[in-house]
Design a protein around this ligand. Structure first.
Ligand code: NG6
Ligand code: CA
Length: 509
């Protein structure tokens, strides 16, 4: 990592204590608030500033106009848990075998692990996560009726308000700090991913009781008229209403910003939209011709606008760095027949790329990414720099003049200049994690072969998404072939070897 200590640090070492103190005080006042707005399953082509025409996202577009829009920004992985793991720890998901977790999975990031919020806390920030977690809770036998720990509060967040896993997984309750919200102790929650618990109906047994038909995996306990993955019973007073979740999140975010505005704060605002089940609230019904998926995008855009308005109203927008992005590429049918496929029309969720969520192709990880900071980022920029969310950790550390410790954020590169729009190249190599591994090297894209390529047939069969997986090495020239259709591995052996070597060195380092 080529980090250069700022000159001011050297100066401090040689001056009087008084001077050192005043410099530190000045540094502190310079610390911007940081808000990461992380949308779920939002594709490269799903917002109007990235080319969508069948859905309009004026609030997201305004962030792009006021800051930098990245054309080659990547989530760490093509699914949620691994992406979020690498965002928060600055290490690749494969190092921890991070894969999509069930709703009763234990905490994946153990207390003591260096994290982005933990690093910010040490640097005087107040930190919060509001929204989708999906990184596990508890130590293996989580009691939803008692104290839920460890979780975000044990790894650097001061406040948490969570959807524990995904909207389509039980338990369908919100967790604030260590406890389920609005739980009646006389109606305890029980959750199982193995067998039916209690007598609540399931869609498998009672298909007529649900709003949307679901596949078998999503056909278990019905909550709010929608069947989910997994079984739950009890907790009736605590069960969420999907339609109101974004508004509850917004209210909590407003409170947090209000209470924290005297000191620098970090807010990780993790949308549930536009993941399944898609249940946008009434005002957004029919906002697009695309049905609930399009309407959920409009709702997400509205909430984003309200969040920005809140920062403005509280007088802190000017010195807030907002990163707007998504945890992985798009998917239409992800378990429910909600008309997303039937009504997509000409809309291109992955923009000009092939693949989507679950896929090794660019559509898997290349997502909308915007950086906005009125005080430091010039408006109206477009950057083609290659950037991975795994680099946010080191880049934010750099912003605070904080030098990473050994073993802290091991895969995160200091890339502040890229985020600020001063550096246009970005990463030399960039790892994309999915059901195989891809490595970007400038215009080149390599996809590592897998032995049993057929095992991933479900991605195409169930999701209608090209997985990009093959039993032979694949190399694409994205400049000429952005859709990754012509394998040029045989014609470019030298590049192929170089990339393969680099990928091996990532795995063995
Ligand atoms: C999958 C679910 C999918 C979604 C995903 C997690 C299937 C058959 N089911 O197991 O519906 O919940 O997990 O999505 O694929 S993510 O965005 O949180 O990674
Ligand atoms: Ca996701």
């Amino acid at each position: 990592m080529n980090y250069k200590n700022k000159i001011v640090l050297g100066v401090i070492a040689f001056t009087t204590l008084t001077l050192a103190k005043s410099v530190q005080a000045q540094d502190r006042s310079d610390k911007p608030n940081i808000v990461v707005i992380y949308v779920d399953d939002l594709g490269y082509g799903d917002v109007s500033c990235y080319g969508a025409t069948d859905v309009q996202t004026p609030n997201v577009d305004r962030l792009a106009e006021g800051g930098i829009r990245f054309t080659d920004g990547h989530a760490g992985a093509a699914t949620c848990t691994p992406s979020r793991f690498s965002l928060l720890t600055g290490s690749y998901a494969f190092r921890k075998n991070a894969a999509i977790l069930e709703g009763d999975a234990p905490a994946l990031i153990k207390p003591g692990t260096p994290t982005l919020p933990g690093m910010l806390q040490k640097n005087g920030y107040k930190t919060a996560v509001i929204g989708k977690w999906h990184l596990g809770l508890g130590d293996g036998n989580v009691d939803w009726n008692g104290e839920i720990s460890p979780g975000p509060l044990e790894i650097g967040f001061d406040y948490s308000y969570l959807i524990p896993a995904t909207g389509d997984r039980v338990p369908c309750v919100l967790v604030e700090n260590h406890h389920v919200v609005d739980l009646d102790p006389n109606d305890p929650i029980q959750v199982s991913y193995k067998r039916k618990v209690g007598t609540d109906p399931t869609a498998i047994e009672n298909p007529s009781l649900v709003k949307y038909p679901a596949d078998y995996q999503h056909g278990k306990t019905i909550v709010n008229g929608v069947s989910r993955i997994g079984y739950m019973t009890g907790g009736n007073s605590a069960r969420w209403k999907d339609e109101t979740i974004p508004y509850q999140m917004l209210r909590k975010a407003r409170n947090f910003i209000d209470e924290s505005k005297q000191q620098p704060f970090f807010l990780y605002f993790a949308f549930h939209d536009i993941h399944v089940p898609r249940l946008p609230d009434l005002p957004f019904e029919g906002a697009t011709d695309m049905g609930v998926r399009g309407d959920a995008i409009v709702q997400m855009d509205y909430i984003t606008g309200e969040l920005v308005n809140c920062l403005k109203d509280k007088g802190v927008l000017e010195n807030t760095l907002i990163i707007f992005s998504s945890d992985n590429g798009p998917v239409l049918n992800d378990g429910y027949e909600d008309q997303a496929v039937a009504r997509v029309g000409n809309h291109q969720p992955s923009g000009p790329f092939r693949g989507g969520k679950y896929s090794c192709l660019e559509g898997g990880t290349r997502v909308p990414m915007i950086a906005y900071w009125p005080k430091k980022i010039l408006p109206g920029q477009v950057s083609d720099a290659l950037f991975s969310h795994v680099d946010l950790y080191a880049s934010i550390a750099q912003l605070l003049d904080y030098k990473l410790k050994e073993n802290e954020a091991p895969d995160s590169h200091y890339s502040l200049e890229t985020i600020l729009g001063k550096e246009k190249e970005g990463r030399q190599f960039l790892l994309e994690e999915a059901y195989s591994y891809s490595l970007r090297y400038g215009k080149w894209k390599y996809i590592q072969p897998v032995k049993n390529a057929n095992a991933n047939g479900w991605i195409k069969d169930n999701k209608g998404i090209d997985s990009g997986i093959s039993a032979v090495p694949q190399l694409f020239n994205l400049e000429e072939d952005p859709k990754e259709e012509i394998n040029v591995a045989d014609q470019n052996k030298k590049i192929l070897n170089q990339i393969q070597k680099e990928l091996q060195s990532i795995f063995t380092n």
